[in-house]
Write a protein that binds this ligand. Structure first.
Ligand SMILES: [Zn+2]
Ligand SMILES: [Zn+2]
Length: 435
């Protein structure tokens, strides 16, 4: 029997494939068309910022938007987290896209017409609240990406798990929250992802640029409290007591030698900062106690352990050398090092270069700020990148930093962020599983 080449089926497959593919230009056009609404959402969030674990209005807006897109929405994860799954019509991998929703206890001093005048409660005090870290932009960008991906659902392979998380910046004292709590509450069981992506807007980059690096990227952070105990006496007769202020001063100085003398600085940087110190009540009283608060930033578990061990020894032994006693207490909920999966980062960089141009994609240095997306990255191969939001009229080196009361987000960066997220996500889904 003569073999007949099934021309029709090849043609059918070819036309199916042509219909199945989502062209880059279509993603860009969809992002462009949605830009005004993304800006509108961002301004609304900016004007109504909410502190960590209190993102009531924000998460309601997010949930309302996702429901309007026809998605099944789960609310209340880790207090105010919102989760939904976009199910593509074609088979493919599952990915996670994440945005954070919380603002900071900062009183806004910018002059944008939609500046925040909101207040909230922080450590028992009423404080100004501001989206000084751009999480308003992240939330708006992910809402935009969700809308576009839903519209492309017929040609979308795989699934997208949308993660809108609370409390990235930390939780009110005594509470838990953020990415680790969402993970504990079963986030990844909803639609187990094989890759996760997140972005962050930053003033250190010009609008149009993005930056990232493979491997360890953002520092692990720990917080600590040091309690130094002396013996109170008359300030004119210090020999009658034990001065915890002198001991604390020596601890502060000795702690500086951990990074400079105990770590291999050719492998990675580290930071030990004492950020707060308090003790004593009066000029002529030798104090009974001193309390110090500080933070540690490291890029590997080995460095982290070494710093904590050395700090503990210094605290104990320097105090003892002064006849005082002191204790180091490590605070709960440290952030692990954020590690970008090297292979996945390579793929994301290719997508970003195709979408934004090779010159727009920068290799970042190590960053000593921390990010709780690191918890997601511990469970799922992940890529995290920064998106520039400093306008061309300003020098990113001197633009007000993230967390500043003058932090300014150039809204042109929102479209760059949206396009970067869409291209990375859709490229990954269309290429199929890496496994
Ligand atoms: Zn921040
Ligand atoms: Zn942030």
């Amino acid at each position: 029997m003569r073999f007949q080449f099934p021309v029709y089926s090849v043609l059918m497959l070819a036309s199916l494939a042509a219909r199945a593919a989502i062209p880059a230009a279509e993603l860009d056009a969809a992002a462009q068309a949605l830009e005004p609404r993304v800006v509108e959402w961002r301004r609304d969030f900016h004007q109504h910022p909410e502190l960590g674990n209190r993102e009531i209005r924000t998460s309601a807006k997010v949930a309302e938007h996702l429901r309007a897109l026809g998605l099944d929405v789960r609310t209340g994860m880790a207090h105010t987290g919102v989760v939904a799954v976009i199910q593509g019509a074609l088979p493919g991998p599952t990915i996670l896209l994440r945005a954070d929703m919380d603002a900071l206890p900062v009183t806004e001093k910018t002059d944008v017409p939609f500046r925040s005048t909101a207040t909230g409660e922080f450590r028992g005090k009423t404080v100004g609240v501001m989206h000084a870290c751009g999480h308003d932009g992240h939330t708006a960008i992910l809402m935009g990406a969700a809308e576009i991906l839903v519209k492309l659902r017929d040609r979308l392979p795989g699934r997208v798990l949308l993660m809108f998380q609370p409390a990235e910046e930390g939780v009110p004292e005594g509470e838990r929250g953020g990415a680790p709590l969402m993970l504990e509450e079963g986030l990844l069981d909803i639609a187990p992802p094989e890759a996760a992506f997140a972005l962050h807007v930053g003033s250190g980059l010009p609008t149009g640029a993005v930056s990232l690096r493979p491997g360890p990227f953002m520092a692990g952070s720990d917080f600590f409290r040091i309690a130094v105990t002396g013996r109170q006496s008359h300030g004119s007769r210090p020999w009658a007591g034990v001065d915890p202020i002198v001991a604390a001063a020596q601890i502060v100085m000795a702690a500086q030698t951990i990074v400079s003398r105990n770590l291999d600085l050719t492998s990675a940087p580290a930071v030990v900062t004492i950020g707060a110190i308090s003790g004593g009540v009066r000029h002529n009283i030798i104090a009974a106690n001193v309390e110090m608060l500080g933070t540690i930033r490291t890029f590997s578990p080995a460095d982290r352990e070494r710093v904590i061990k050395r700090l503990g020894e210094i605290v104990r032994d320097v105090a003892a050398a002064n006849g005082a006693s002191a204790e180091l207490e490590m605070m709960p909920a440290p952030n692990p090092v954020l590690v970008n999966d090297p292979a996945l980062t390579g793929r994301a960089v290719d997508s970003l270069k195709r979408a934004l141009g090779a010159d727009a994609v920068k290799t970042s240095s190590l960053l000593t700020v921390a990010e709780d997306f690191a918890y997601v990255a511990q469970s799922v191969p992940s890529v995290f990148w920064w998106v520039g939001v400093t306008p061309p009229t300003q020098d990113p080196a001197t633009a007000p930093d993230n967390h500043s009361e003058l932090f300014y987000l150039d809204e042109a960066g929102l479209l760059v962020g949206l396009r970067s997220l869409l291209h990375v996500a859709v490229d990954y889904l269309q290429a199929g599983s890496a496994k």
